[in-house]
Write a protein that binds this ligand. Structure first.
Ligand SMILES: *[C@@H]1O[C@H](CO)[C@@H](O)[C@H](O)[C@H]1NC(C)=O
Ligand SMILES: *[C@@H]1O[C@H](CO)[C@@H](O)[C@H](O)[C@H]1NC(C)=O
Ligand SMILES: *[C@@H]1O[C@H](CO)[C@@H](O)[C@H](O)[C@H]1NC(C)=O
Ligand SMILES: *[C@@H]1O[C@H](CO)[C@@H](O)[C@H](O)[C@H]1NC(C)=O
Ligand SMILES: *[C@@H]1O[C@H](CO)[C@@H](O)[C@H](O)[C@H]1NC(C)=O
Ligand SMILES: *[C@@H]1O[C@H](CO)[C@@H](O)[C@H](O)[C@H]1NC(C)=O
Ligand SMILES: *[C@@H]1O[C@H](CO)[C@@H](O)[C@H](O)[C@H]1NC(C)=O
Ligand SMILES: *[C@@H]1O[C@H](CO)[C@@H](O)[C@H](O)[C@H]1NC(C)=O
Ligand SMILES: *[C@@H]1O[C@H](CO)[C@@H](O)[C@H](O)[C@H]1NC(C)=O
Ligand SMILES: CC(=O)N[C@H]1CO[C@H](CO)[C@@H](O)[C@@H]1O
Length: 427
């Protein structure tokens, strides 16, 4: 329960020196011994935590979470090799400047900066973001989301110490990875959010300027049509000239204007225009509990990337159809590119998946037990089956929290299945 607890009231009355130090607070919680031990190995972080003159929020994984680090995507290799440099960056992602307590959060996701600010790991102005929400329910629950929509559920919230507050979480927050890597993992985990057709299109022409720009620019915003959307406009999209295809893809990208940062849903405004990298603008509207970009519905929002954020669309956008209007009451929107789509759309092959770069997600090649090692074949094996979502009503679009929650759960189930499979293999 998230009542304004007595300790918070007391904290505001009593001088901070009466509160326990971070080390004492960690020591008094039996479930934080592994986290304390990990921090002990990283004196740089511990000193910085203890000497901060502004309040901090620490997401502190419990012992069970720390015990399974090697099975996490991305985190696995760092913990397995106990590389202090890499683990330091991961721990930095668990520290948020400012005091963020349950009474200051609500049922709308907010995105908070963290200490993870090395541009090799997070090319995000002010530090990589982590999402925080209080999920409504019989017992309201504080939840944090990170890379691949991973969910960390808070076991115990609002534990005060003299430098701020800490929340005990049941799994580590995972630093987001690059656009191609994140998109590929989503494609494997959740069919509805399969994005490897859109990623493949980036590499379908000899000009990979856009692809590398998306991988190396700070604070990008990518509106990524899912595989079904790409299929729906095939062959029109595969017949475009190379230059026109590049132009169309660039219309799905927004770059930060003078430090404004990436566009999270929290900063969307109804009926507002945003200038794209391509030059033409997009219009955002809110209707029937969904955000629309021109006529495309955002079906999954605020997926964190190492250098920004990505939103999944159910339709391909075109710079020649900037005035396309959504029909919010309809579950699906008419494509803006010419389509030969049959009314009965079941499943088919997504275009461009054979263009996926071989090297996309193999940089953190897995050792045994590492669930994050995903190899995408560039020789045709990447084509996946998709089917149009069979949503029957467009009027009741899920709230973002629910959608993100579902993806997170599915990713975790997928991770669980892989871990289970590995356990069987090793038995
Ligand atoms: C530690 O956390 C686990 C869940 O991760 C819980 O079952 C257990 O009761 C906790 N132990 C203590 C001592 O708080
Ligand atoms: C939730 O909190 C944010 C940030 O404090 C605020 O902007 C937003 O209006 C709040 N939403 C609701 C529904 O109270
Ligand atoms: C960022 O990380 C890279 C790779 O680990 C390292 O070489 C570099 O020194 C770091 N930069 C800063 C400012 O810490
Ligand atoms: C477009 O890209 C494809 C794939 O790289 C290439 O085969 C083709 O020659 C290009 N077309 C033009 C007109 O350059
Ligand atoms: C490659 O694409 C970029 C934008 O995506 C464009 O600015 C550049 O002119 C293109 N290069 C060639 C050789 O067509
Ligand atoms: C981060 O972004 C900046 C500016 O967009 C770019 O110059 C730099 O190369 C990027 N760094 C990394 C490690 O991708
Ligand atoms: C959003 O803007 C559109 C167009 O101006 C308007 O029709 C609609 O009512 C607005 N929606 C909300 C929720 O304000
Ligand atoms: C947009 O219109 C121009 C001019 O008619 C055309 O050359 C181009 O192929 C169109 N682009 C798309 C994506 O349809
Ligand atoms: C994208 O950037 C990541 C991290 O910097 C790198 O590991 C990966 O190889 C790059 N992918 C492509 C396709 O350039
Ligand atoms: C084009 C196609 O395969 N349509 C089929 C889609 O699925 C329905 C129901 O299973 C079939 O009746 C259609 O023939």
């Amino acid at each position: 329960m998230y009542f304004l607890s007595l300790s918070i009231l007391l904290a505001s009355l009593i001088s901070p020196s009466l509160q326990a130090s971070l080390q004492d607070t960690l020591a008094s919680h039996p479930n934080l011994t592994s986290f304390a031990e990990q921090l002990g190995k990283l004196p740089g972080i511990l000193d910085r935590l203890e000497s901060s003159d502004t309040p901090l929020t620490i997401l502190a994984p419990d012992n069970a979470a720390m015990a399974k680090t090697i099975y996490y995507p991305v985190l696995g290799p760092a913990f397995q090799s106990a590389d202090p440099e890499e683990t330091r960056f991961i721990m930095q992602y668990h520290v948020l400047p400012g005091q963020h307590t349950s009474d200051m959060m609500n049922s709308t996701f907010q995105y908070y900066s963290t200490w993870l600010d090395n541009s090799t790991y997070a090319n995000v102005t002010g530090g990589q973001k982590v999402g925080g929400v209080i999920q409504a329910g019989a017992i309201p629950q504080m939840v944090w989301t990170s890379g691949f929509s991973s969910r960390s559920i808070v076991r115990e919230a609002d534990i005060e110490f003299d430098g701020g507050v800490l929340h005990i979480i049941d799994s580590l927050v995972i630093p987001p990875t690059s656009f191609p890597d994140t998109a590929s993992r989503f494609s494997l985990a959740v069919e509805l959010y399969g994005l490897n057709s859109f990623v493949g299109a980036m590499y379908a022409t000899p000009n990979t300027t856009l692809a590398s720009l998306l991988n190396t620019t700070t604070d990008v915003t990518i509106f990524a049509p899912n595989n079904v959307a790409m299929e729906s406009v095939t062959p029109t999209i595969t017949d475009l000239s190379n230059a026109t295809l590049q132009d169309l893809l660039a219309y799905h990208v927004v770059l930060s204007q003078s430090g404004s940062g990436s566009l999270f849903s929290t900063s969307f405004g109804n009926d507002t225009k945003i200038t794209t990298l391509q030059g033409e603008s997009l219009t955002l509207t809110f209707s029937s509990n969904s955000w629309f970009v021109n006529s495309a519905r955002i079906i999954n929002q605020d997926l964190l990337l190492s250098n920004g954020v990505m939103h999944v669309l159910d339709n391909v956008l075109s710079p020649n159809a900037t005035n396309a209007q959504p029909v919010p009451a309809s579950a699906t929107q008419a494509p803006v590119l010419q389509t030969t789509l049959a009314a009965e759309f079941n499943s088919s092959m997504a275009p461009f998946t054979t263009n996926l770069p071989n090297a996309v997600v193999t940089t953190e090649q897995g050792t045994d037990g590492y669930v994050g090692s995903v190899t995408v074949s560039g020789t045709g094996g990447g084509a996946i089956q998709t089917s149009r979502p069979s949503s029957s009503s467009g009027s009741g679009g899920s709230s973002s929290g629910a959608v993100n929650a579902r993806v997170g759960e599915m990713v975790m189930i997928w991770v669980g299945v892989v871990v289970f499979g590995l356990a069987l293999l090793m038995a």
